[in-house]
Structure formats: C-alpha cells, structure tokens
Design a protein around this ligand. Structure first.
Ligand code: ADP
Ligand code: ASP
Ligand code: MG
Length: 406
C-alpha cells in the first residue's frame, strides 16, 4: 500500500524519539508498504522560534517569521533522513518548496494551491523514502509560507491526495480521538471509527488533535485517516466516510474552546442593513465571527451579540466602538473570559431532545448559558470560562461516554 505517515512534534521531539519513529518507518517498509513521511518540528520548537522573533521585534514581518518557523520542520526532516540512511534505507529530506507545495501568499495562514509531486513520485518509484518538512510551502513568487498552527496535518493529507496514497497515518502522542480531551476527563473513551463530518466538528470546535483543514481535505477527497500513537503499536481511530455500521449513540463526544471572546452592540436602530454595517468592518479586518445572536427589536432598537477569537477581542472592540458612533447605537459591551462547549454526534439526527438534555445538565450544575447555536450534528453553548471543566465532566458522564459506561 502507498501510505503517507505524519509524525507530530512529540514523535520527533528528541534523538531518541526520532529513532523510535525510524523504527516504525522501517517496519512499514519491511511489510512491503511504500512510505512517504511528513514531519513536524520538535515539540516546543515552533513556539521557541516565534518567541525569539518577538524578542527581536514584537511586530516582526510575517515573511521573515515564516522563513524562521519553517526551519523547525526542516531540522527534523534531515535528522530522520540521517537516521534512516544509517540503517541502509534510501531516505531523503525535502523542504516544502522542494516537495512541490505551492501555496497562496498569506503568510502564517497560507492555503495549498497545488502540489507538484513529480519529484517525490520519481523517488517513490525508485523505492526511496521521501521525508518531507510539513507546515510549509512557497508562494508563486518563491517566498516561504506556512499553513497555520498544526499545519503539518494538512501537509500530510494534501500530499496523500496528490500521491494517490491509500491512506494517511497521523502519528501523535495519544492513541486515537477520544470522546473528550483526556487531560480533562481521564476516563474518556477512544473512538474506533469516526465520520469525516463529526471529526470536522470535533476539530473546528476545539479538539486540536487534527488541524481542521486536514479533515476538510480528507473529506473532500475521501482520504482515509488513521490517527494513532507513535508510542505504542495499537490501532487508533479511523476517520472515514459515514457508513451504516457506525454506532448511533446520541452523541459521539464533547469539545471545548477557551479561545473565545464575546461582544455586544446594544440599542442599534433596527432597520435593513444593520447586520451588514456591524459585520462589514469586522470581516474586512480578517476577523472570523462565530456564534451570532440578534435580539428581537424593542421600540425600534435591537442588540447583536457575537463571538470572535480571543486574540481579536481588542481590535473587534475598537472597530465596534467606531460602528457604534456611526450607527448611533447605545453602547458596546465585551467579555473575553467566555468559552464554547459543544456536544457532537451524527446520532443527533435520529435522537430527539439531545439539546434539551444538554441544557438540563448545565442547569443542574448551575452553569449559565450565554449563547446557543446548533447544527444538524452539534449543539454549542457559550459559557463562562471558569465553568468549562465542570461542564465537560458532567456532560461526558450524563451522555454515557466514559469508559466505565461502555
Ligand atoms: P502533534 O504534535 O502530534 O500534532 P497535538 O498536540 O497537535 O499533537 O495533538 C494531540 C493532542 O490533542 C493530545 O495530546 C490531546 O491532549 C489533545 N486532544 C484534545 N482533544 C482531544 C480528543 N478529543 N482526542 C484526543 N486528543 C485530544
Ligand atoms: N510545527 C507547527 C506547529 O507547531 C506545525 C505542526 O506541528 O503541525 O504548529
Ligand atoms: Mg498537531
């Protein structure tokens, strides 16, 4: 089988871990598989590089930041190739440009436009092992770009698609996708198979075990992902197309995201175009708005509340204060200590009353729900950040997701 194997930061975190990773590659080759490797930087390295740049200049130029952080993955690609060659395996490292990753020019959040894979394919056809630095590419002018934090997952899935691989194996420090973050609920259960759709909700609603864009790509091209541990040789979680044999418990998992802030613009004169007036400047500033609630209007005035990533809180407040004056609204309020908690599951389509059950659990815990949003397969609430752990634990237990419940 042709397989792309991606190793995350902890799997290449030091020379000893790199040797363990080489063991897995060697075993796979011996089993007759054709392997292309994608690596992350050593764990902590990307953060270390970013803080060094900021020590030089808080407003470091995005082009140079990308040139700097891309080196993290190049180091591990070369070290792993050295170790594989020492074992007599013809493995060669490639940075993003050498591997043919052509991206847009948005530094630190570039999108892959195309992978010119002929060079890697030539190596594969000679029985060699390409070891590719993840997280990076070049734009059409040759500038080094990176794909956003956690972007090596997306490099790996995109490469698997370009190479027409049979599967993309993502090796990490947990042995699968769990019903919730095992750091908060040690009793969380491993999910054996999860649909792309659910995994997409897991990733985008806070389970940072896979970068959201990697799941989007896998879903679009039907690329199976096997998320598994590089520390022990056991089956992990298969992320695949939804099928009839998948269990339909009411919910599959619980996620959270603390990286949230909430803003409210009060007393806006209610007439057509107000939403466009509020959200236009926010969108123009490249800020991603998430949960939105508009109140019924009272005496010709209404309120709009929405959430943004916490890092964009200050700039959103500044923009809204400007809009507030322009639109003759009464006031702008903000809170950057909120978080999002979500329950996710395709089973919701066939189980009634799941949202009600969630609200009942939170009420019993005396947790105030500030905002609610739903889709066919998820319910998300915005609550105070301080209540996240309590909410996760009680939801996880009530919906029967613990190991002890199965
Ligand atoms: P890597 O460096 O290998 O890419 P990450 O740190 O990006 O690894 O992702 C793995 C981590 O994701 C785990 O250590 C775990 O703490 C965290 N995580 C959060 N939510 C979940 C979940 N639902 N299932 C499994 N892991 C999760
Ligand atoms: N090294 C990058 C990061 O820390 C990319 C990755 O690990 O996927 O975000
Ligand atoms: Mg990761």
């Amino acid at each position: 089988m042709r397989i792309v194997q991606k190793y995350g930061g902890t799997s290449v975190g030091n020379p000893d871990r790199i040797r363990k990773t080489a063991d897995i590659v060697e075993t796979s080759l011996k089993a007759g598989d054709e392997i292309t490797v994608v690596v992350s930087a050593m764990s902590g390295e990307t953060n270390r590089l970013i803080s060094m740049a900021h020590e030089m200049d808080q407003a470091a130029c995005p082009r140079e930041l990308d040139a700097l952080v891309a080196t993290g993955e190049q180091v591990t690609a070369a070290l792993l190739s050295i170790e594989l060659q020492r074992r007599g395996i013809r493995a060669y490292s490639f940075n993003g440009a050498q591997a043919g990753f052509i991206t847009s020019g948005n530094h630190s959040r570039a999108r892959i436009c195309n992978i010119e894979s002929h060079r890697l394919i030539r190596h594969l056809e000679k029985g060699e092992v390409p070891v590719v630095a993840g997280f990076q590419g070049v734009d059409e002018d040759g500038n080094i770009t990176t794909l956003g934090r956690g972007g090596s997952d997306t490099s790996a899935v995109a490469l698997a698609i370009a190479l027409k691989a049979d599967r993309c194996d993502i090796y990490t420090d947990v042995d699968g996708v769990y019903t919730t973050d095992p750091r908060i609920v040690p009793d969380a259960s491993k999910i054996d198979r999860i649909s792309y759709e659910e995994m997409l909700e897991f990733a985008s609603l806070g389970a940072k075990v896979l970068q959201t864009r990697s799941v989007e790509l896998a879903m679009r091209f039907n690329m199976p992902i096997h998320l598994r541990s590089s520390f022990e040789s056991v089956d992990g979680t298969f992320v695949v197309k939804e099928d009839e044999t998948m269990e339909r418990a009411a919910i599959t998992g619980v996620t959270y995201n603390r990286d949230e802030a909430k803003v409210t613009i009060q007393g806006i004169p209610d007439h057509p175009g107000i939403a466009a007036n509020v959200f236009g400047p926010v969108a123009d500033a490249g800020i991603n708005v998430d949960v939105i609630v508009q109140n019924v209007s009272e005496q010709g005035h209404t309120d709009i509340t929405f959430t943004v990533p916490r890092a964009d809180y200050a700039s959103t407040m500044a923009l809204l204060k400007e809009s507030c004056e322009r639109m003759q609204a009464r006031n702008v309020l903000g809170d950057n200590t909120v978080a999002k908690v979500s329950i996710i599951g395709v089973g919701m389509r066939s189980h009634a009353g799941v949202a009600k059950d969630m609200f009942t659990v939170l009420a019993k815990e005396n947790i105030n729900i500030q905002m609610i949003t739903t889709s066919e397969i998820k319910v998300t609430v915005v609550i105070d950040e301080g209540s996240v752990d309590q909410a996760i634990r009680s939801l996880h237990a009530t919906f029967g997701l613990s190991q002890s419940a199965s």
